[in-house]
Write a protein that binds this ligand. Sequence first.
Ligand SMILES: [Zn+2]
Length: 138
Amino acid sequence: MGLQHTPEGRPVALANPTSRPFFDAAREGRLVLQRCPRDGFFFYPRSHCPRCLGTDWSWEAASGRGTVHSFTIDRVGHAPGLGAEVPYAIAIVELEEGPRMTARLVDCDPDSVHVGQEVEARFEPLLDVAVVHFTPRA
Ligand SMILES: [Zn+2]
């Protein structure tokens, strides 16, 4: 995926024809994933299944739920355009469907984040795409 930037300099993914359905769904508050009929779900969006290189995958709705597999906390604010957000947690979230996504954890105390924590997706429309975040499940 390429990058584009907000006027504040925040980097945001640049949609391409393959990833456009992912970002269109995210703008509508829905998480969708590609699923290969032989190998199951995969992420990030790409033109071929990463296991069998097949192109007969389809877009399918995902639950938007997952668990924190790993995380770190940014207390410095090196990421362009996110300095006002520190401290914040960045996690690798293992989705219920299997794939893992790297995302910011929002609407929570970063010091409360822990491995195995149950989280669900939140969507922030930005430019012509949407950024996927996660927040702890109540
Ligand atoms: Zn496959």
